[in-house]
Design a protein around this ligand. Sequence first.
Ligand code: NAD
Length: 265
Amino acid sequence: MNGLMQGKRGLIMGVANDHSIAWGIAKTLSQHGAQLAFTYQGEALGKRVAPLAQSLGSDIVLPCDVEDIASVDAVFAELDKRWDGLDFVVHAIGFSDKAQLKGSYVDVTTRDNFSRTMVISCFSFTEIAQRAASRMKNGGSLLTLTYGGSTRVMPNYNVMGVAKAALEASVRYIASDLGPNGIRCNAISAGPVRTLAGAGIADARLMYTYQKAHAPLRRTVTIEDVGGSALYLLSDLSNGVTGEIHYVDSGYNTISMPRPDVLKA
Ligand code: NAD
């Protein structure tokens, strides 16, 4: 399978540390020959991301806070200096006020945090797609990360669930708009993973335990599991696939009730 990404250049957005889903994806893509550029949010994370990027042979490590559109533009301007095109982008960015990822959605959600969550976790993908598309001269592949709390209620996921629903709708609109240019757009809906962002959701530990007990594979997913599916969606193996929400969740989304043997125990 080596070489699936040979000759392909892509931007990885959303590595915070070596537990990040984006890092699992980056490692897999690099193993298969991809050339990578990374962004990081803020200097503190930059100190963690730079050595990780270096370990994969990347010397393009750029600051980017998607709330500041000038910093997004600066990333693409820098890429233009380094590369004459772009083949893929991984958007693994999400944020909401932790205080609102707890309790009743109806009671805790504020207008300010709703807007901020939407801009960072949803609209940033559209803004990045707008900028990436013109650089994908030979077609390309855009990938974002979502979670099943978009379509079914997950306690405490709250406004993030609403933002992920909008993100998934964006995937379909972007896929439709950019398809004629040979640019594909998909999302991976990952099961719960222990990351910085994942830990911000109240009772996250309970979620991991529950999914482990009830998912068909009886385990949670790893960042390498997500990396494998990302490799498929970003490589030519999935050339006929766009507008999809691909679940990488040990099959949890397919079940309709908890296991009777666990309930009876
Ligand atoms: P993580 O904390 O490792 O990554 C989240 C990233 O978002 C960080 O790198 C952070 O710097 C970045 N970010 C937040 N606000 C930003 C901003 N304003 N500008 C630029 N970057 C910003 O956690 P993760 O779990 O790897 O999250 C990656 C993606 O995967 C997120 O979209 C998340 O919602 C999604 N996801 C996570 C899980 C899970 O259980 N961890 C499950 C499904 C989907």
